[in-house]
Design a protein around this ligand. Structure first.
Ligand code: ADP
Ligand code: MG
Length: 323
């Protein structure tokens, strides 16, 4: 575990990282509608009335998405909640026609667990806080438009599993190895195609620094990193930026930042919202998600058979520990 190791110091500071990963689940249809999820279709050809948020439409949960969340929970030693709740996360954005995203907030479907991997020849283990089901938003299109923005709602309602870690990682290299292990795991489980260029697996990196022995510092969150190299570069830049500021006697303000691959720099996008800004509340259109022990056992049984048949499918180097 992290605590037993000597921290690697950068200019006298310890680095602290927690990752939030969005894995797009490999279902054929969306999380709350029957529209297709295939990538690359002409804009707005895969958005049905539910995805467009037309009045009177209602969401219906996709069983396949829940099953993939269960499969993930079992693989990382989590507890799969017998009852979890969908909540509305309210915000305004043109690619979010409902005005809210359906997510899980207080009671997620997957709770706890851990991901084990190697960092060089050291065994490491990162604790998971949770993994919850949610829908993706649409996309704003800026290219090909002059003075205007296009909206493509094909991605609206695509199923995501958001996997959140504890702030357990202590270097960019460790965050990259964790992300690679998680990527190998979700692909091996068959719950995500892992295509990072198409956005099927993307990470938000929460980064702070502190003097050894001090309480956690204020974090900044780098959004939407869709390659392991960008993850490494973004954290490296962010750590130096934060230490520069602290050495100048300035405070770090909690913020959401973007990484620019062309310059290798991170830049503040907005001051960070807190949960209360989103006015979360249970979605009255969806009943609690109830998962009986029999369903979990069916998924476990099927996966045991698959693991038996394809135990050597994943190269040993990539094989997630414990599988
Ligand atoms: P949100 O980003 O939605 O506000 P949380 O507060 O739960 O959610 O934190 C999100 C992520 O930030 C988690 O992965 C957590 O481990 C990480 N995190 C929290 N505090 C720190 C910190 N001081 N330094 C680095 N990472 C942190
Ligand atoms: Mg976050």
């Amino acid at each position: 575990m992290t605590a037993s190791l000597q921290p690697v110091l950068i200019r006298g500071h310890e680095v602290v990282i927690g990752l939030e990963t969005h894995a797009q689940l490999s279902t054929n249809s969306k999380i709350f509608s029957g529209a297709a999820t295939a990538f690359g279709a002409a804009p707005n050809t895969q958005a049905c009335a539910v995805d467009l948020a037309l009045p009177g439409t209602l969401p219906v949960m996709n069983r396949g998405a829940v099953e993939r969340a269960i499969r993930f929970g079992l693989a990382v030693g989590s507890s799969v909640a017998s009852q979890s709740i969908f909540a509305r996360k309210n915000y305004f954005y043109p690619d979010l026609p409902k005005g809210y995203q359906i997510s899980q907030y207080e009671v997620p479907v997957v709770q706890g667990g851990q991901v084990d991997f190697l960092l060089g020849d050291q065994k490491r283990s990162v604790r998971l806080t949770r993994a919850h089901l949610e829908e993706d938003a649409g996309k704003s299109l800026h290219e090909d438009y002059h003075g205007q923005t296009g909206i493509d709602l094909n991605r609206a309602g695509t199923p995501l599993l958001e996997i959140v870690t504890e702030p357990d990682m202590r270097s960019a290299a460790e965050a990259v190895e964790y992300a690679k292990a998680l990527h190998a795991l979700v692909v091996w489980l068959g719950i995500c195609d892992g295509n990072m260029q198409e956005g099927s697996f993307r990470c938000d990196a929460n980064v702070s620094v502190r003097k050894p022995g001090m309480p956690l510092g204020t974090r900044r969150e780098i959004k939407n990193l869709n390659s392991f190299r960008f993850l490494q570069q973004a954290i490296d830049f962010e750590v130096q930026w934060q230490i520069d500021r602290l050495e100048d006697g300035l405070a770090i303000e909690q913020a959401t930042v973007l990484f620019n691959p062309d310059t290798g720099e991170t830049r503040a996008m907005r001051s960070k919202e807190d949960a209360h800004d989103y006015r979360y509340f249970p979605d009255p259109d969806l009943p609690p998600l109830v998962i009986g022990a029999d369903w979990i056992e069916r998924v476990r049984g099927r996966d045991a058979r698959v693991a038996g048949a394809h135990g050597r499918a994943l190269p040993a180097r990539r094989r997630p520990a414990g599988l």
